[in-house]
Design a binder for this molecule. Structure first.
Ligand code: GCU
Length: 839
């Protein structure tokens, strides 16, 4: 009873599944509600039900009801009595309401809570809706301050890109199937799409491309065009415009033409006709996104045409409709890169392809540039291409989907990473050229066209949208930073936390601290000094696999050998990439002395014994950073545990599970990377940790009972502690291993390292002196969304921990397991950990 009473007074809703994201409108505590003095009516200055102003009226009503428990009426006629009044500046004028506000830019709004009436004025309908969301966000955070201000977007393009396939899967999706497509067609139920548009609108995202950049031309079928019309209709009341990705070869593969040459008349006619047709179904279509001549996608180069010829083909067709073309700069040739050639460098590709085309694009083409020159790595220098596009508008491509950053199974709050690029000053022509405020804003370069942001996101059918509650802070902050790249990443996080989990100070402090620690920790345990995320580059991009980076044509090389590591990208001796930057930046990166440590191996090839600015050798820094990162991750479940009872049980438990998993996987990362570089360099860890695990008992050193288990090696070798694992000899017969503990009596955490493959669900049970400590299944495939593999590798490596177990010296541990098909209950080790030891 007592527990129930506490929950009730804290106002905690029973279970929350995350579906409402940061738009929960949870009731504020009674004493706070009393402080809110708000008008008793809402006036929305538009009667058309599909208009964003009408939506704003409804949303205000819903929000105020939820947050304050007050039922307000919504009307559409202006009146003098105190009200929350929302409309465009034009509608205010037409209604005879005098407002004194600064001039607003497109999508901008004015919010005033100073008088009896709350004024929410948009430059356009969309802006007014943003203002309504802003007001609700204040109320939900119990911020009843009197404010009166105007705010305008930093850039006109604030889009997200979904990489949804027509069959309903999502490229790099970790949160279930598509909310847009199924069985090669658009879905018929618009519920989730509408809810998604609502979330996007609340963070001021104004456009969405819903299909994968690796585009399937079937999106252009008559049936699918109708479906696009329905989707656009569902999102229009939220001010979110639809866009689609196009496949360059569509005229041939879908239209039946002999070619897709962008200068061929019949091809031009085909596209003009097709684009006209799309606009018949979606008259306000925002435009098109095109990936051409990259990673096997077709493009104009096939016909010896330029990329600009390719982009302009669509631009001309879209122009009469007011549409734009987002043409991706992620163009590189992965087939002809040769690591044996010291000068070869994929990082050069974007500027090499696009530099000379500056000015050759039609004015409704925007070149969409990934933040770094390679591919969404844990750290990259800013793409130098931004400095070359002086006549061509550009947009930055950020990735909310955590493809190389833990696939939403690791907490990684991304804005601090994005800020390293947005805040970077490229010094174009020796003048201040900060990417966010000067370049993407169109203030310094690209003055004529539209500029902005595209965030790759992988929302799926999972009720949490992104597969896990905390990843949503990335989506939230993305929208806010696209609006204002100078916004502070901590205060954005605090806003999001209050909106998502309520007003408790501990909740806010813990989530903020953990989130802010998360990217540095992830960088530490996955790949530091600018060496990139040392993951399986030819595989799922999830777990550790440093050796996969090299000896293939994908060009994400580390050039690690027995003595040295790093990409020499200098002009003097390397690939010349550093020279793609404007002079001041180029000369800084050219020299080791002026290259920051955290990008050292991006720009320079150095011996492992090279001494960094922090006084450590490269190799010792590797070891230390990986240990430090895993130690930080180990605190996450402990930090989160402070929130028990302060947030709802469902989200508490779901996050505790993920953070515990992350803490274990961070050790997998740490050990694999440290072991790999220890092996290749032969240089010992000065702290004596690498390869020494005094609290571990390797599975291969245990007694394998009745021949049920056998010892095997794994590939890559470094993902197994002691370089060996054990697997069952049969696919179905139960097996056991046992060992006697030789640690002093005391209380320990027992951690079992095993491998969870997606085919099969092996069962395990851990016993201490024949008493069960706990049982579990290899069922990551049901619980986690990362790209699962069928091998014993760095992706499947998993740890489970049983906390606070009393053991005595000479106690006997046994693990019973039951293999399930391909999942042969593989075990790596048992760790018996005294308090405070992370190993
Ligand atoms: C990465 C990613 C691909 C994606 C590509 C792109 O390489 O792994 O899945 O298609 O980027 O951005 O086009």
């Amino acid at each position: 009873m007592r527990g129930f009473w506490i929950l009730a007074t804290l106002g905690l809703a029973a279970a929350e599944d995350g579906l409402h994201g940061w738009l929960r409108y949870a009731r504020l505590p009674c004493d706070i509600v009393k402080q809110a003095h708000i008008p008793s009516a809402i006036i929305a200055l538009n009667t058309t039900e599909t208009s964003p102003i009408f939506t704003a009226g409804q949303e205000l009503q819903r929000g105020i009801k939820g947050i304050l428990g007050k039922a307000l009426t919504v009307t559409h006629e202006a009146s003098d009595s105190p009200s929350v009044i929302v409309g465009t500046a034009a509608a205010f004028n037409e209604s005879g309401i005098t407002i004194e506000i600064p001039e607003l830019e497109e999508d901008g709004f004015w919010l005033s809570t100073t008088g009896d009436t709350v004024e929410i004025v948009g430059q356009n309908e969309r802006g007014a809706l943003y203002g309504a969301f802003e007001y609700l966000s204040m109320l939900a955070q119990a911020n009843f301050n009197e404010v009166a201000y105007a705010t305008n977007p930093s850039a006109a393009i604030r889009w997200v890109n979904q990489w949804d396939n027509m069959d309903g899967t999502i490229e790099r999706g970790y949160a279930g199937l598509s909310i847009f497509f199924k069985d090669n067609t658009t879905v018929s139920n618009m519920t989730r799409i509408t809810e998604y548009a609502r979330l996007l609108s609340s963070i001021r995202v104004n456009g969405i491309v819903i299909n994968n950049v690796n585009a399937n031309p079937i999106i252009l079928s008559d049936e699918n065009m109708k479906g696009l019309g329905r989707i656009a209709d569902a999102m229009r009341p939220w001010g979110v415009k639809l866009g689609i990705s196009l496949n360059f070869a569509s005229p041939q593969t879908f239209g039946g033409l002999a070619s897709f040459d962008p200068l061929a008349e019949e091809v031009i006619a085909w596209w003009t006709d097709t684009v006209d047709k799309v606009y018949e179904h979606v008259p306000d279509l925002a435009g098109f996104l095109v990936k051409a001549n990259s990673e096997g996608q077709p493009g104009p180069i096939t016909y010896n045409r330029t990329l600009a010829d390719g982009a302009n083909l669509f631009a001309k067709a879209a122009k009469p409709h007011g549409g734009i073309v987002m043409f991706r700069a992620f163009v590189y040739d992965y087939q002809n890169l040769d690591e044996a050639n010291w000068k070869d460098d994929r990082a050069n590709a974007a500027a090499d392809y696009f530099r000379d085309l500056d000015g050759a694009f039609d004015d409704n083409v925007i070149v969409q540039v990934k933040y770094g020159p390679i591919d969404f790595q844990v750290r990259e220098p800013a793409s130098p291409l931004f400095a070359h596009l002086k006549e061509t508008p550009s947009a930055i491509e950020l990735q909310i989907a955590q493809e190389y950053l833990g696939q939403q199974c690791h907490l990684v709050y991304l804005p601090p990473l994005w800020k390293t690029v947005l805040d970077f000053d490229l010094r174009v022509d020796g003048e201040k050229s900060v990417i966010g405020t000067d370049i993407l804003s169109g203030k310094r370069l690209n003055k004529k066209g539209l500029t902005g942001y595209a965030g790759v996101v992988n929302v799926g059918l999972n009720t949490t949208w992104l597969g896990t509650h905390l990843a949503m802070s990335n989506l939230y902050a993305y929208g806010r930073l696209a609006w204002d790249p100078t916004d502070n990443e901590v205060s954005l996080l605090e806003d999001w936390t209050r909106l998502t989990f309520g007003l408790d100070d501990t909740v806010r402090e813990v989530i903020t601290r953990m989130s802010m620690e998360s990217w540095p920790a992830y960088e530490n345990y996955t790949g530091n000094l600018g060496i990139q995320t040392l993951t399986d580059i030819t595989g799922p991009h999830y777990g550790p696999n440093p050796q996969s980076m090299d000896n293939n044509p994908w060009g994400q090389w580390t050039r690690a050998d027995a003595d040295s590591i790093g990409m020499d990208r200098t002009v003097g001796n390397g690939t010349g990439f550093a020279g793609q930057y404007p002079e001041e930046v180029a000369s800084a990166f050219e020299e080791i002395e002026t290259t920051p440590d955290d990008l050292l191996l991006w720009f320079h090839h150095v011996p492992y014994t090279h001494v960094l600015k922090n006084g450590k050798t490269v190799i010792q820094h590797f070891y230390d950073a990986h240990y430090a990162g895993a130690e930080t991750a180990a605190t996450f479940p402990q930090q989160w545990a402070q929130l028990q009872g302060l947030i709802d049980q469902q989200r508490y438990e779901e996050m505790l599970f993920r953070l515990t998993y992350q803490a274990g996987h961070a050790i997998v990362w740490r050990d694999s990377i440290a072991q790999f570089y220890h092996n290749i360099s032969g240089i010992p860890d000065a702290a004596g940790r690498v390869g020494h695990h005094p609290w571990r008992i390797e599975a291969e050193a245990m007694t394998l009972l009745n021949g049920g288990y056998r010892v095997t090696e794994v590939t890559p070798f470094e993902v197994a502690s002691g370089l060996h694992v054990i697997q069952t000899t049969s696919n179905s017969t139960p097996a056991s291993v046992t060992t006697t503990l030789r640690f002093p009596a005391g209380v320990y955490d027992l951690a079992v390292a095993y491998y969870d493959l997606y085919e099969g669900q092996a069962q395990y049970e851990l016993f201490l002196n024949n008493a069960s400590v706990g049982a579990w299944k290899g069922d990551n495939e049901d619980k986690l969304g990362f790209t699962l593999t069928r091998g014993i590798d760095g992706h499947s490596a998993t740890r489970i921990t049983f906390k606070g177990v009393q053991i005595g010296e000479g106690d006997v541990v046994r693990i019973d397991s039951r293999p399930d098909g391909r999942e042969t209950a593989p075990l790596d080790y048992l760790a018996v950990l005294p308090a405070g030891v992370v190993d």
